[in-house]
Design a protein around this ligand. Structure first.
Ligand code: 1WB
Ligand code: MN
Length: 350
């Protein structure tokens, strides 16, 4: 590691955890009848046979202060911005989801209180009950001092452009809390072609699910109603940056034939105004360079995707990225501090 990089503060922004109560509820979901595409992965992780390599993920999701901190120390990572891992509470009934979201947020706040320089956290909420979700969002930021929100894409096959969720968007905007839209598997209506070849999750399905979510919000005009709302998406923007030109062109056509509502701005304008992206699990310098040029250096944040992706290559990727020192500071911590209200602080102890 170069000497000057030893002193850089690395804040990783898409870092997953769970709590035993949510893991148990997901095991029950795995054992109940159902056809959701998420069940493939939920079964592998939460109801795994002991010889399944994916079974190793659950202890690493439940651990916060053991192996995780050692992994951070070994790799010079100052901080994990933690979030309850996908699918979060979004496969449960409204009451269970609301209760477990509160519990997960309390646990998250406790571990941050014990390690305020090592952890920050995104609050979970239960979209199944939008009004109660908005209350929990306020408690999470004002009382628990959490740093923003995590949403694992669709809820019972519905997306944030649905007006039933507007109380959630109103709360996020008023609180200045960015909503990180993390993947889960594609919703029922587009699930079938993803059932083969392992396409259900991180290989391809996750990106399609979240990019579709983001595009729906932009073309529906959600950001005309909530112009200060901030959304974060991972995996180098789930390919949306690459699509901006064509989105603008074809959205205009769709508007002109009455298929899409008229909006104040174009998709690319909303994307630059209302979105930031992270590099989670997408370690291509070419894609990074393109994204910085497309969105601006202030809109790209570093992430590892722990424990689903290894830390060392994610650090090596950003340490060696072809950017200036000032740009690397923004990518590694400056943008995260601004977007997620994280106090300035020190690099990891060498
Ligand atoms: C994987 C990746 C699984 C992610 C996940 O389960 C999440 C995987 C919730 O690679 O198996 C992710 O966040 O990218
Ligand atoms: Mn992730």
């Amino acid at each position: 590691m170069a000497a000057e990089l030893k002193r850089i503060r690395r804040i990783a922004t898409e870092e997953a955890f769970s709590i035993p109560e949510v893991a148990a509820a997901l095991r029950d979901v795995a054992r109940a009848p159902g056809n959701s595409l998420d069940l493939t992965l939920v079964t592998r992780i939460y109801d795994a046979k002991v010889d399944d390599p994916q079974a190793r993920l659950l202890p690493r999701l439940l651990d916060l202060e053991g192996e995780r901190l050692r992994d951070m120390d070994q790799n010079g990572v100052a901080m994990h911005l933690l979030s309850l891992t996908a699918p979060g509470v979004q496969m449960f009934d409204a009451d269970t989801a609301t209760e477990l979201a509160t519990l997960a947020n309390d646990r998250l706040a406790e571990v941050i209180r014990r390690h305020p320089t090592r952890f920050a956290g995104l609050a979970t909420f239960a979209p199944q009950s939008p009004k109660r979700a908005a209350k929990e969002m306020e408690r999470a930021m004002k009382t628990l001092k959490l740093n923003g929100f995590i949403l694992n894409s669709h809820t019972h096959n519905e997306y944030l452009d649905n007006p039933k969720y507007f109380p959630i968007l109103e709360a996020a905007e008023a609180l200045g809390g960015c909503i990180y839209i993390h993947p889960r598997a594609p919703s029922d209506g587009m699930a079938e072609p993803f059932r083969e070849y392992g396409l259900d999750s991180a290989q391809w399905g996750y990106g399609i699910e979240v990019s579709t979510h983001a595009v729906r919000m932009m073309v529906a005009g959600v950001f005309d109603r909530f112009p200060k709302l901030k959304i974060c998406i991972g995996h180098m923007g789930e390919a949306v940056p690459f699509w901006l030109w064509r989105l603008d062109y074809m959205n205009k056509n769709a508007q002109n034939r009455g298929a899409a509502p008229k909006t104040k701005l174009t998709p690319s304008e909303y994307f630059r105004q209302n979105f930031v992206i992270t590099t989670s699990g997408q370690e291509s310098h070419l894609a990074l360079d393109f994204s910085i040029k497309a969105l601006g250096i202030d809109n790209v944040l570093w992430a590892i995707d722990y424990p689903y992706q290894p830390t060392a290559p994610a650090v090596a990727f950003m340490d060696s990225a072809p950017v200036s020192d000032a740009e690397r500071e923004k990518l590694y911590h400056g943008n995260a501090e601004r977007v997620f209200h994280i106090a300035a602080g020190a690099a990891a102890q060498a």
